[in-house]
Structure formats: C-alpha cells, structure tokens
Design a protein around this ligand. Structure first.
Ligand code: SF4
Length: 260
C-alpha cells in the first residue's frame, strides 16, 4: 500500500521499486518576499492611483499607429504629429487611401519618420487584408504587424484591451536589475520575471508605476533615494538612504515625457 504521506514528493515506478523524486517548483527569482513586494506596489499605488499612458488615440488602430511611431520619440512629439493625421485617417483603409507619401508629410517631425511611414502603411495593409480592418487582441497576431514589436504589442494590449502586460522599457529594465526585483539579462527575461513577481492585484498598473519611478526617482545616472518611498525596503547596493520619503499622492506626471 502506498504511503499517502509520500505522495506529494515521490512517485513509484510501475516496473521497479525506484523512487522518482519530483523536481521542486522553479523558485521565483527576486530579492523580495511576497510581503515586501506587496508593500512596494501598495506604496506606488498610493503615490500614483491612476497612472495613464499619454499617447493620444481615438481607437485601437490609432493607438497601434501612435505606439509604433513613439519608438525613440517622446509621446508629446508623437501627439503633435498625430493630432492632424488621425483627423483624416483613423482606420486602416483611410490610412491606405492617404498613401505613404502623405503619411510621411504628417509625421516628418518624428525621428525615423521615413521608415515609420512605410510601416504605418504596411501595417494598415495587413490589418485590411488579414484582420478585416480590426486590430487583433493577441500578442502573437500583433507582433506580425510591420513595425510592431513585443513592447508595442504589450502597450496596445494594455491600453486598448485592458490586459495586464509588462512593456519593459529602459526604466523598467534598469529598476528590475538595480533593485533586484526581477533581475534578467534581456527585456524578455525581465518581462517574464516581473509577470511572476508583481502581486496580481497590482499587475495592471505595474509597468506605469515602474516607468514613472525610474523617470522621476530611481534615475539612471543617480537614483534619488532620499525622495524614494520604498527606500527602507529597497535592496539595491546603489541606494544612498534607508529612510522612505513621505507617502503622499503626487500630481499627475507625464509618462511619455523625455526627462533624462
Ligand atoms: S532606494 Fe534608491 S535605488 Fe532603491 S528604488 Fe529607491 S531610488 Fe532606487
């Protein structure tokens, strides 16, 4: 008779008496306990109760275009160019009717505009041909669109379809490694780990909180630990203060504004 107590850790082979030990579940790689992670994000949620992306858009299609245009550009710069563009072209078909040359004219104030105009027209074509003019709601389909990478897809899934995603940008990548919240060598690795270590109830807004924390406090060149609300919990070897800043709600800050 099997010893029920052994059931969870061992398995008897049917043909021999060899005891096979189950592999332990992979440990979540983070320097913080669940209670510490909950406290970190609880404080972020008090500082910034309603963080939002600042890219202007009128529907999922214009959001995809705006996010694709925002690579290596500020949200404010993209908004300036797209306001006029989206007035006349807010669907894939209208963008196709406008044509690459005119799209280029509208967005010429944005960096890499030639290539971006080409991608906007190509992605409009694919949406019209393969998706009935609608923006798909899965990451696998979104990344097939020209000019749409994993990060863009994550932003679209989050902002247009309300899915919890982690679009790892330079700030999130730095913080995850610097404070050892979810260390990883590549953005994809960091993304996977953050999705596991951020407590579920905070996952939807987590990427905005981390971006803003990186932009305004845990800055690239010198983290401003004396202004940091998690200074007492932070385990970064770079930190210069143990005293947390007062936990108060901050005035709205623009996520896409270039500060550094
Ligand atoms: S204490 Fe310093 S290093 Fe740690 S998260 Fe805050 S700003 Fe960053």
């Amino acid at each position: 008779m099997t010893n029920p107590k052994l059931k969870s850790v061992t398995k008897s082979s049917q043909n021999s008496n060899v005891i096979v030990r189950r592999k332990p579940a992979a440990a979540v790689k983070t320097a913080y306990s669940l209670a510490e992670r909950e406290e970190i994000f609880r404080r972020f949620s008090i500082q910034r109760p309603e963080p939002r992306g600042e890219l202007e858009h009128t529907n999922p299609f214009t959001l995809v275009v705006a996010v694709a245009l925002s690579a290596q550009a500020t949200d404010a710069g993209v908004n300036k160019a797209t306001r006029a563009l989206f007035k006349i072209a807010d669907t894939p078909q209208k963008m196709l009717d406008l044509g690459e040359e005119k799209v280029r004219e509208y967005i010429k104030t944005i960096g890499l505009y030639r290539n971006k105009a080409k991608n906007v027209v190509a992605l409009s074509q694919m949406l019209a041909d393969e998706f009935g003019g609608k923006v798909p709601e899965t990451r696998e389909e979104l990344v097939r669109l020209p000019g749409v990478g994993r990060k863009t897809a994550n932003v679209v899934l989050s902002m247009a379809f309300g899915q919890a995603t982690m679009a790892v940008d330079t700030h999130i990548f730095r913080i995850a490694n610097r404070i050892r919240l979810a260390p990883g060598k590549t953005p994809d690795e960091v993304e996977d780990r953050l999705m596991k270590v951020v407590p579920k109830q905070y996952l939807y807004h987590a990427h905005h909180w981390l971006i803003l924390h990186g932009r305004y406090t845990c800055k690239a060149r010198r983290p401003e630990c004396e202004r940091c609300v998690i200074a007492d919990i932070c385990k970064s070897p770079e930190k210069s203060s143990d005293i947390p800043a007062p936990l108060v709600e901050l005035p709205p800050q623009v996520i896409g504004e270039a500060v550094e």
